[in-house]
Design a protein around this ligand. Structure first.
Ligand SMILES: *Cc1c(COP(=O)(O)O)cnc(C)c1O
Length: 444
């Protein structure tokens, strides 16, 4: 990233303040409006989380302080881990990974270490064709070969294809459930059986845990190792590069491989445990993003166990409500009860109007666009995740905007194809904007 200051530039405080305030007003966040970005769980993050993370006892401590002076912080990590174990059914969680993809990579390292210790040479990991892009990336980064498994006509993992590909050199599968189509993979137990039957391990991508909270434990489905996204399901903010949290949970036989140290409780005192020889080592400096842990802990304490279940129920209800409102107007390739999100297609939209056009037009109506062109197995995918924190009125307004855009596509396609009309800029070269951001200071 390049910050360009012009030669001889001399700015006063008020000029700098105005510049950044101006920039912030051109931004969009969940505090400003509906943000149905599928797979990202852009739920509202209660402000009490921030208040707790600001407490001096949490914000002014240092990881090198003696354990006896940070007992409260250690207790918080210990109890957060226990709650995550309770939610998922796992034996232990490492809170170290800093993001979902980081959790995936750590999980792959653990799978590798497990087979190395067993003396088995397994070089491949199966990845369904509906997977999030980070899945094959984590697999390859760890030195495994990613082998694609097909989805069947229902959007589940294709069991015949899985049986064919689950060979002796396959270390396991990376599965996402609910998958990125927003569907609960009703084959999941058979998937785990097939993989376990050949000695493999099942990795669960738990970024989309929002729909399962308090309803279903991944361990009981047969999953061996899984990350969660604190910055999705557990209401810590995400975007802007983080910081995030991607804690990694494992079944008993994999605990020895977790990154260390873990917090242990001994005679009413909390301390960091020993790191054994099988551990994959540290994956993050010190113990992970502690402020994020405080926020996730606060959230869980505030909603409690019954609240967890309610979160999932309303998230699923909201997604199904929107799906039913929209399915007569846009193509819905998998017409099943969905979980936290659903995927529409731009197939059949009139006058050459595409998913990108619909997304840009939504901006004019005051909505953040949904996730687009992902998952790849749906043509022109529009992936909508409303989350549980939105009211029926907001969902109705969004549905109304989508239906209006559909009508515009028929009657006035130029207005959709030329959108957005309400923004300081039109369509950016997104790749160039990310690679070469122009952050030059301008007078406003
Ligand atoms: C968000 C997401 C990830 C990656 O999480 P990051 O924190 O962005 O690294 C992985 N898988 C799925 C399904 C996701 O939605």
């Amino acid at each position: 990233m390049k910050l360009v200051f012009e030669k001889g530039m001399n700015l006063s405080e008020v000029e700098v303040i105005r510049h950044y305030t101006w920039l912030s007003r051109r931004n969009f966040g969940v505090d400003l409006g509906f943000y149905p970005l599928g797979s990202c769980t852009m739920k509202y993050n209660p402000k009490v989380n921030e208040e707790m993370a600001k407490l001096e006892g949490f914000s002014l401590i240092h990881p090198l302080q003696p354990e006896s002076t940070v007992q409260g912080a250690l207790q918080l990590m210990f109890e957060l881990e226990k709650m995550l174990c309770e939610i998922c059914g796992f034996e232990r969680f490492s809170l170290q990974p800093a993001a979902g993809a980081h959790g995936e990579l750590t999980g792959m390292m653990i799978i590798q270490a497990y087979f190395k210790k067993k003396g088995e040479k397994r070089t491949k990991i199966l990845v369904p064709d509906s997977a999030h892009g980070t899945n094959p990336a984590s697999v390859s980064m760890c030195g495994f070969e990613a082998v694609e498994v097909k989805s069947d006509s229902e959007g589940n993992i294709d069991l015949d294809d899985l049986k064919k590909k689950m060979e002796k050199d396959v270390a396991g599968i990376m599965s996402t459930n609910p998958n990125t189509l927003g569907l609960f993979d009703s084959n999941i137990e058979q998937v785990c059986e097939i993989v376990h039957g050949k000695g493999g391990l099942v990795y669960g991508d738990g970024a989309n845990m929002n729909a399962m909270l308090g309803i279903c434990r991944p361990k009981e489905l047969g999953i061996d190792v899984m990350h969660l996204n604190l910055h999705k399901t557990f209401s810590t903010p995400h975007g802007g590069g983080g910081p995030g949290g991607g804690p990694l949970g494992v079944v008993k036989k994999l605990v020895e491989f977790l990154p260390g140290p873990l917090v242990e409780k001994e005679k009413e005192k909390y301390k960091f445990g020993e790191v054994g020889g099988s551990s994959v080592g540290k994956v993050r400096s010190f113990y992970g993003n502690f402020g994020v842990m405080v926020k996730a802990f606060t959230y869980l304490k505030a909603i409690g166990a019954p609240g967890c279940r309610e979160v999932a129920e309303i998230a699923v209800l909201n997604a199904n409500y929107l799906k039913e409102k929209l399915k007569g107007h846009f193509k819905l390739p998998f017409d099943r009860v969905c979980q936290h999100e659903f995927v529409l297609s731009d197939e059949g939209l009139p006058n050459g109007v595409t998913t990108n056009d619909v997304a840009k037009r939504l901006i004019d109506y005051g909505f953040h666009p949904p996730t687009v062109y992902f998952p790849l197995i749906v043509k022109g995918a529009i992936m909508i995740e409303p989350t549980e924190t939105e009211s029926k009125e907001t969902l109705d307004r969004f549905a109304e905007a989508m239906i209006k855009i559909r009508k515009e596509a028929e009657e006035n396609p130029e207005i959709v194809r030329g959108a957005p009309h309400s923004m300081p800029v039109k369509r950016l070269d997104a790749v160039k904007a990310a690679r070469e951001p122009d952050l030059r200071w301008r007078k406003h």
